[in-house]
Design a protein around this ligand. Structure first.
Ligand code: NAP
Ligand code: MG
Length: 493
């Protein structure tokens, strides 16, 4: 089997049928409702996808409950681990096909989906396969008429996973892998722009041996399928990744039935370059920090704080790289900047660029929409210089390849500016001074801080936000807490 980015670009993709995935079967949605998912690079329809309504969501929840009360509920932790490992193997054997499917649906370069998205998903599946039989309680030193007290960690029950369109497969796995490792049953609603890889993954989970109902997928709109999941009385937990705005709506909706909630929301992450940094490395980090994934990355380093004395030099290095970054066909193995996910998204990013200009930012590079053969939602990589932290382009999440460059002079000043945001997802610090690096990392209000690096994720390291970037953590051992209830058991004499 030939594999690699060139093979992925030529892979044969199999589109899922326009059905919901419930109880390990393709199921017709009530009323036969479908929507069409498109390729944002060509504006062409890819395939019809079933649209779940409230009745469909209920069917999926009932299938998940039946699984918990049946074969899935009786599956041992070690066997759950083996199933996750087998699923990882299956994903690996379809790595080229899944990479291309992700690229067609989302518009991201095949280079990224083949070398980051799908391998990242495989790695996270294996990481949680390893945890499945290591989720343990504690014995407790209680007083009174007891021989013993201990805790059990038990599955929460039916988990609703709601995911965004920017990293469709990875975001799915970050939720379903720990949820299934802990013995929960999942009902997943993927983003409407990018539902395809999640449907293929669910089919593979059945092939790997997961019993019916352990993992169900109900594509459909946020307002119909999403709302129905959040409102459903038999859904015990909602794990959501998406915008802060929808996060607020979900929090309100979940209040009614006191659901457990994990929210991974937006960001406006500061990437801070001190004058004593390796400026070549920092320029590269600033570049990948904003242009990787078309900037449609929750943790994108979208505010670049540069110490004034090296501002000109860093901008020169950044410009040298950015000039060479030309949007291209996402299927071309050489492409490093793909199409934004939709016209709406592209227009929204353009609007922010205009807003930045109006507020007095200088467009140092880019700023224009691009098409390829007259098609696609492409945008030039864009550098906005001379930005102030209180401008709209420094405060609101743009979610595109647009960098706001903000000069600073002192350490205390930059820490204050970096923290002057409603968000707190991630941050970067570039310096050769070890003490300063750790001091600033400690003072930044962010769930992840990268020192002399940016945009790196590892399944072992928890990921999530401070402030309005959300709460709860994905990945790492911490994600296991998000998918278990703790029970204290007292044993009398
Ligand atoms: P979004 O509009 O919030 O949508 C996310 C998901 O929620 C989609 O599946 C969407 O369905 C669904 N949804 C929409 N309204 C809903 C409702 N009322 N009830 C329940 N579900 C609802 O976000 P997006 O535009 O897809 O993604 C971009 C955002 O995600 C950015 O803000 C980004 O920062 C954030 N993000 C955060 C992280 C993180 O880890 N912190 C990671 C990636 C992305 P439809 O697709 O049908 O609208
Ligand atoms: Mg699409």
């Amino acid at each position: 089997m030939s594999t690699g980015v060139a093979a992925a670009a030529q892979a044969e993709v199999r589109f899922p049928p326009p059905r919901l995935w419930i109880g390990n079967e393709w199921v017709e949605p009530e009323g036969g409702s479908v929507f069409v998912t498109e390729n944002p690079a060509t504006e062409e329809p890819l395939c019809p996808v079933a649209a779940a309504g409230a009745g469909d969501v209920d069917r999926a929840v009932q299938a998940a409950r039946a699984a918990l009360g049946g074969a899935w509920g009786e599956t041992s932790p070690r066997e759950r681990g083996r199933l996750l490992w087998r699923l990882a193997d299956l994903v690996e054997s379809h790595i080229d096909e899944l990479a291309l499917l992700e690229t067609l649906d989302n518009g991201k370069p095949i280079f990224e989906s083949r070398y980051v998205d799908v391998p990242g998903a495989i790695e996270a599946l294996r990481y949680y396969a390893g945890w499945a039989d290591k989720v343990t309680g504690r014995t407790l030193p209680v007083e009174g008429p007891f021989v013993l007290a201990y805790t059990l960690r038990q599955p929460v029950g039916v988990v609703a996973a709601i995911t965004p369109w920017n990293f469709p497969l990875i975001q799915t796995v970050w939720k379903i892998a720990p949820a299934l490792a802990c013995g929960n049953a999942v009902v997943h609603k993927p983003a409407s722009y990018t539902p395809l890889t999640a449907l293929r993954l669910a089919e593979m989970a059945a092939a790997a041996g997961f019993p019916p109902g352990a993992l169900n997928v109900v594509p459909g709109s946020g307002s119909a399928a999403g709302t129905a999941l959040v409102a459903h009385p038999q859904v015990a937990k909602v794990s959501f990744t998406g915008s802060t705005e929808v996060g607020r709506t979900i929090l309100r909706g979940a209040a009614e039935t006191i659901k457990r909630i994990t929210l991974e929301l937006g960001g406006k992450s500061p990437n801070i370059v001190f004058a004593d940094a390796d400026l070549d490395a920092a320029a590269k980090g600033a570049y990948t920090g904003i242009f990787y994934g078309k900037g449609e990355v929750c943790a994108a380093g979208s505010r670049l704080f540069v110490e004034e004395t090296v501002h000109a030099e860093l901008m020169e290095k950044l410009l040298a790289r950015t000039r060479r970054l030309v949007p291209g066909d996402p299927r071309d193995p050489r492409t490093r900047l793909g199409a934004l996910v939709s016209r709406t998204q592209r227009d929204s990013v353009l609007h922010y660029i205009e807003e930045g200009k109006r507020e007095g930012a200088r467009v140092a590079w880019g700023g224009e929409a691009v098409s390829i053969d007259g098609k696609g939602w492409f945008l030039q990589p864009t550098l906005l210089d001379g930005v102030h932290n209180d401008m709209v382009v420094a405060q609101e999440e743009i979610f595109g390849p647009v960098l706001a460059v903000i000069p600073f002079t002192r350490v205390d000043e930059v820490v204050e500016l970096a923290n002057a945001s409603i968000y707190g997802l991630a941050a970067g610090v570039w310096t050769r001074d070890v003490g300063k690096a750790h001091d600033v990392a400690r003072r930044l209000q962010a769930g992840t801080v990268w020192i002399n690096q940016y945009n790196w994720y590892d399944s072992a390291a928890p990921f999530g936000g401070f402030k309005q970037s959300g709460f709860g953590r994905e990945l790492g051992r911490e994600a296991l807490d998000a998918y278990t209830e703790v029970k204290s058991v007292y044993v009398g004499r």
